[in-house]
Ligand binder design. Structure first.
Ligand code: SF4
Ligand code: SF4
Ligand code: SF4
Length: 323
């Protein structure tokens, strides 16, 4: 039997949902494990310590899946260690690839975030203004440290060299299965590519009006939010006024949100070749609004357009470089 492919999983700043997508493979995972040897999975699944990774020979791991964004000095350190230990590194999920929803934290400075999290919420009682410190001495003898909080969120490729990218928050388990299959067969795209079927959510959406009788798109004439009503399940959401990012988002999820009558919010990541998801989203959506009045309605209903268009991708875009 051929030698098994050694894989490692490392979670940085994220919720571990990407790794749950691996578990969601269920019986397919059992089949895959005939060919895979999971040698590291931290801190989510296995009781291994960071030293265990540092002790491995460089290049020992064949493929590393790294999920989560980069916010702490610990993330930077561990990403660099994993880069040395792994022959191939995959930015796994939209946090690692583009910064994810936590990337919106980069719209605020560190002090504002700490004030909000540890003082200015209705349920926080902190009269002495106690904030987390990277180092402290307890009882005059115990020297404790916490990882240092970096100024901004960064994507994995802003820290280390990344070989491939997988979108999704989390990636759909069927797409994870396809990616593992591609790895095992060696049928991978050129280095630096997204592992994707290359189709947009619109391409696989049964509501797509293109090609239908009396089909074709028309300009968006009003803006609705999902709280404004229940969308008609047979009509394109954009055409009803619900802003759907399906035209510009990789559809490897199979249209999970559209299938339950929710507009695509863009977690799949940009179509291959697009460097700045938020700028592309703004351009595409802006170009199909009927007139200035509808554009005004969009700004009224979504007052923070940076968060709206860069919901999953702020740290990866040009906007973040200018802040
Ligand atoms: S991409 Fe989504 S599921 Fe994955 S770690 Fe980030 S927040 Fe969690
Ligand atoms: S815009 Fe949304 S609802 Fe309309 S066809 Fe594309 S994915 Fe489907
Ligand atoms: S429809 Fe869009 S937001 Fe929903 S899972 Fe797919 S890519 Fe993500």
């Amino acid at each position: 039997m051929a030698e098994k492919v050694k894989v490692g999983f490392l979670l940085l700043g994220g919720c571990a949902g990407c790794e749950m997508a691996v578990v969601d493979l269920s019986e397919k995972l059992v089949d895959a494990l005939e060919h895979l040897d999971v040698v590291f999975w931290a801190p989510t699944a296995a009781d291994v310590k960071y030293n265990d990774l540092e002790a491995m020979e460089d290049g020992y791991i064949d493929v590393a899946f790294i999920d989560g964004m980069v916010r702490l000095d610990e993330h930077i350190h561990m990403a660099n260690v994993m880069r040395r230990k792994a022959k191939t590194v995959i930015a796994f999920g939209v946090c690692a690839s583009l910064g994810g929803t936590a990337g919106m934290g980069s719209l605020y400075d560190k002090e504002e975030l700490f004030e909000k999290a540890f003082k200015n919420t209705p349920t926080t009682d902190n009269p002495d203004n106690v904030f987390p410190q990277p180092e402290c001495l307890v009882d005059g003898k115990y020297h404790l440290t916490l990882p240092k909080y970096e100024e901004k969120v960064r994507t994995l490729n802003q820290i280390i060299d990344v070989d491939y990218y997988i979108g999704g928050c989390p990636p759909h388990h069927s797409h994870v299965g396809a990616a593992v299959g591609a790895l095992l067969s060696g049928n991978l795209p050129p280095k630096g590519s997204w592992i994707t079927n290359g189709k947009a959510v619109c391409d696989i959406c049964k509501r797509n009006p293109a090609g239908k009788e009396n089909g074709g798109r028309f300009k968006v004439q009003q803006i609705k939010r999902t709280v404004d009503g229940v969308p008609d399940e047979d009509i394109c959401l954009l055409q009803q006024g619900y802003i759907c990012f399906g035209p510009i988002t990789q559809g490897d999820c199979g249209g999970s949100c559209i299938n339950v009558n929710i507009p695509c919010r863009g977690c799949g990541g940009p179509m291959p070749g697009v460097k700045d998801y938020g700028a592309q989203a703004l351009t595409s959506i802006g170009s199909i609004l009927q007139n200035d009045s509808v554009a005004g309605e969009l700004m009224e209903k979504y007052p923070n357009l940076a968060k709206f268009f860069y919901r999953y991708a702020l740290p990866s875009g040009t906007l973040a470089k200018r802040m």
